[in-house]
Write a protein that binds this ligand. Structure first.
Ligand SMILES: Cc1cc2nc3c(=O)[nH]c(=O)nc-3n(C[C@H](O)[C@H](O)[C@H](O)COP(=O)(O)OP(=O)(O)OC[C@H]3O[C@@H](n4cnc5c(N)ncnc54)[C@H](O)[C@@H]3O)c2cc1C
Length: 388
């Protein structure tokens, strides 16, 4: 970088050489390998293992895992780019990659002991899918009201309880499970445990039948006296609340990226379709009424992109990003809903049927305002900052 340019902050949306190459490789993959499967995956409510394997081969399942552990050695911003590009084609594939990187690997890198990193990071970069299990039937927004219980026994713990809504439940081999060692201690009892599929007393239960992101598995987890060795406590005992909050603060930027990608995908479909579709003797994109709707959608998408990239770049720069993460999630999820809704309108009757791609994106958009903190919870974070 020359002295001249080094004196100025770079534009948010200009990508560094490595970011550009990475983004293009994920974009190509999404168009060539994911797009042909989108409808079938939605109908069958399943992501085939062969596609998951290809995501590992592409290097997007261990983006921030250091190269020494077999990962891609990237930054958080690379994860955001991957989630955005995959979600432009299929937000279900986007969230699989998002949970793997921005929640599970992120937590392992930040809170894992050297032993945990040595045992799990090479597997996470090679073939192991992760899941993040905080929510329960009685504790969603009020996450720290969780009741799953961990009782100390010998050199480990026994976990009992039920987790609900766990993304990647069907594909995952490693679960970060939050449970309390002392319900009387409130949030100070919460502890994060690493539980492997196949552990005695651990079962993946019912898979939810959902409105959108249908191919992404969302499952119940059942823990019945499930034994977890002490070496599989992630972070400190009684400090799991920190693991949960701090990981989710970053995860939220990933959901912002998912919704940004979805909105871009919907807008691209709308642009292509309105240029091709003819009414009154011309393409409907020639009508100013349609042009202005598309222009407004482009404004919304750009605003969402700036918010997501800003939050991600702040995070990588080690600067505070909490409010910006909340802003990017709420904005992008609202933009995803409005742009995908417009796309349905602009496709006319074709927008309402499954032969065309936009009704699915419209269904997929709704989840952005619910998971990893509902929009009201994001507003709470933003209000705290602006009202002091
Ligand atoms: C598809 C899907 C995937 C998910 N994946 C995961 C996962 O991988 N891991 C995981 O742990 N969880 C996951 N979740 C759970 C998700 O994070 C919760 O559903 C979410 O946090 C909301 O909790 P809730 O469903 O209990 O709703 P509630 O907390 O009951 O909220 C209901 C409504 O009340 C509002 N509300 C609640 N409290 C307040 C308040 N204080 N002020 C104002 N309004 C409020 C909310 O905004 C919302 O509109 C997933 C959920 C879904 C649907």
């Amino acid at each position: 970088m020359s002295q001249e340019t080094a004196d100025y902050a770079q534009p948010l949306t200009v990508l560094a050489e490595d970011e550009l190459i990475f983004r293009d490789s994920v974009r190509e993959f999404a168009d060539a390998r994911v797009r042909p499967l989108v409808r079938e995956m939605d109908e069958q409510a399943k992501i085939p293992r062969s596609l998951v394997d290809q995501l590992f081969e592409l290097g997007v399942m261990g983006i921030e895992v250091p190269e020494a552990y077999g990962g891609s050695g990237g930054r958080f911003f690379h994860s955001v780019l991957a989630v955005e590009e995959l979600s432009r084609v299929d937000p279900s594939v986007g969230v699989l990659v998002d949970v793997q990187n921005t929640l599970v690997i992120n937590a392992l890198l930040r809170w894992g002991s050297d032993d945990v990193k040595r045992r799990y990071l090479p597997k996470m970069a090679a073939a192991m899918v992760g899941a993040y299990a905080l929510s329960e039937a009685g504790s969603g927004s009020d996450a720290f009201a969780l009741t799953s219980r961990a009782r100390e026994e010998g050199d480990g713990f026994r976990l009992t309880g039920r987790k609900l809504w766990i993304t990647n439940g069907n594909e995952a081999d490693l679960f970060i499970v939050f449970a309390t060692i002392d319900p009387a201690a409130g949030y100070r009892g919460i502890t994060a445990f690493l539980v492997e599929r196949g552990a005695a007393g651990f079962t993946v239960g019912k898979k939810e039948d959902k409105l959108g992101i249908r191919a992404s598995s969302t499952c119940e987890l059942i823990l019945e006296d499930c034994r977890v060795p002490r070496a599989n406590v992630l972070g400190e005992i009684g400090k799991g609340y920190k693991v949960a909050i701090e990981t989710l603060n970053e995860g939220r930027i990933g959901i912002g990226a998912q919704m940004l990608g979805l909105a871009r995908g919907a807008l691209e479909h709308a642009i292509q379709y309105t240029k091709e579709r003819k009414q009154f003797g011309r393409s409907i994109a020639e009508f100013q009424g349609v042009q202005f709707q598309i222009a407004r959608a482009a404004v919304e998408v750009e605003a969402a992109k700036l918010a997501v990239y800003n939050a991600a770049r702040l995070r990588d720069a080690g600067r505070p990003f909490l409010t910006e993460a909340a802003i990017c999630k709420i904005l992008s999820s609202e933009v995803a809903e409005s742009v995908s809704s417009l796309a349905v309108n602009l496709f006319g009757g074709n927008g309402f049927v499954k032969d065309y791609p936009v009704e699915k994106l419209f269904r997929d958009a709704k989840i952005g305002q619910i998971y990893e903190g509902t929009s009201n919870l994001q507003l709470q974070t933003i209000a705290k900052q602006v009202l002091g």
